[in-house]
Design a protein around this ligand. Structure first.
Ligand SMILES: [Fe+2]
Ligand SMILES: [Fe+2]
Length: 413
């Protein structure tokens, strides 16, 4: 009887899974940092989903690694793979980000996940096979999106090939995604380039209009329900900047635990979804997204603050202050039988409950991790006062005033 081709053993399996998780997490991190930096609206929307999906895949892989008694999944990762993921951040434009994160790393992961059931002792390692089967569809869809989207933008960013070749060369030099392919010599690094992260200003396609605070007036909900609805969903479109803010926060706080990063990746995708519910609704109401003025100012002014201040401001001031208005809008839209708007805001409201909960959980940890002397109450008061002075969005300032009038006691529960 011929001897069957052997498979990887349990220790090798653990090493493979460590590398998969490490690379998923690296994709999540680089895409988060780059979310504000890519001007293309479609890319922002897709990055937002893929940041969460990469986080979710890494989390599943970590859970299997724990079952295999690996509790420190980043221990023993090769220095070259670590170098590769640091270099990923040094892309200079959308084409370089997509060509490396998707067309090198994710494509490599896709092949590895597809092969894993053949490579491991599947009969004895069913839980791992189930995990690779679970994460595979997301990465398949991500790569398919990237290939199609990339074909449409590559001409706008000449010279991306050299950067792609360098990063692909680093991965090959380290034995590929699994680390077991025949290693080759490390490629020569291209000339030094600046690190563009974190983005101080969020980028948009040049022809898109920018928000003008002086002409932003809230129509009366009862008197003018149609104008109010349109105004409100245009502001929803602009929750893209909340997602971009979270992308930079996530990128700037790598010292925090995995659980925090996993929560922030979901928070980020939720804000993308809120922007999308705005987009869906304004399109249904006859507008084009490229004609909606972009509130880039709020991202840009928040980036003058450190990451901890931004997180505290968003999750312990802006989000709690926004809740009463959402409830009022739902009630109003139900009353006038606008089921679509009511459904949209009901999911937004539901998501926000978690964002506020995460804010309460992680703000104290951030304060401690980064050596702040303030309490959560003190940083909320300080950043709220800062917001009143600096926000370009009248609605946000009004929500602060309303919250204090109602004395909602944000820290009571
Ligand atoms: Fe939101
Ligand atoms: Fe939120």
């Amino acid at each position: 009887m011929p001897v069957e081709k052997s498979h990887i053993n349990i220790e090798q399996n653990t090493e493979y899974l460590k590398r998969y998780a490490f690379l998923e997490r690296a994709c999540m991190r680089t895409l988060s940092g780059w979310l504000p930096g890519v001007p293309e609206w479609e890319a922002k929307n897709e990055f937002g989903l893929h940041i969460w999906e990469s986080g979710d895949s890494a989390d599943l892989l970590y859970s299997r690694l724990r079952e295999l008694r690996c509790y420190q999944p980043e221990r023993g990762i090769s220095p070259r793979l670590k170098k590769l993921v640091q270099e990923l951040d040094y892309a200079q434009n959308s084409a370089e980000v997509i060509a490396t994160v998707y067309l090198v790393i994710k494509k490599g992961l896709l092949e590895a996940y597809r092969n894993h059931p053949e490579v491991t002792w599947s009969d004895f390692d069913r839980p791992t096979v189930k995990i690779t089967e679970k994460v595979l569809p997301a990465v398949e869809r991500q790569v398919a999106w990237a290939e199609k989207f990339f074909a449409g933008i590559e001409k706008d960013y000449p010279g991306w090939e050299a950067w792609r070749d360098y990063l692909a060369g680093l991965l090959t030099a380290d034995g590929g995604v699994t680390g077991t392919a025949t290693p080759v010599a490390e490629p020569v690094a291209p000339a030094p380039r600046p690190l563009l992260l974190p983005w101080k200003e969020c980028q948009r396609v040049k022809s898109w209009p920018i928000f003008d605070p002086s002409v932003d007036f809230e129509p009366d909900r009862k008197q003018n329900p149609e104008a109010h609805r349109l105004w409100r969903f245009k502001h929803y479109v602009n929750e893209m900047t909340a997602a971009e803010t979270l992308g930079s926060i996530l990128w700037m706080t790598p010292e925090m635990t995995w659980e925090y990063q996993y929560n922030v990746s979901r928070h980020l995708w939720d804000e993308i979804r809120h922007s999308q519910l705005g987009q869906i609704r304004v399109q249904q109401l006859g507008l084009k997204v490229e004609n909606i003025p972009q509130v880039v100012q709020i991202y840009n002014v928040m980036m003058t603050l450190p990451a901890v201040d931004q997180y505290a401001l968003l999750t312990t001031v802006i989000e709690p202050n926004g809740m009463p208005e959402k409830s009022a809008n739902r009630e109003h839209w139900e009353e006038i039988e606008d089921d679509i708007s009511a459904a949209a805001v009901s999911y937004d409201w539901s998501d926000e409950n978690f964002h506020i909960r995460w804010g309460k959980k992680w703000t104290p940890v951030l304060l401690q991790t980064y050596g702040y002397k303030e309490t959560p109450e003190e940083i909320a008061a300080r950043t709220e006062a800062w917001l009143m002075e600096h926000t370009p969005v009248r609605m946000q300032a009004k929500m602060v005033v309303d919250a204090h009038e109602k004395n909602t006691g944000r820290f009571d529960n």
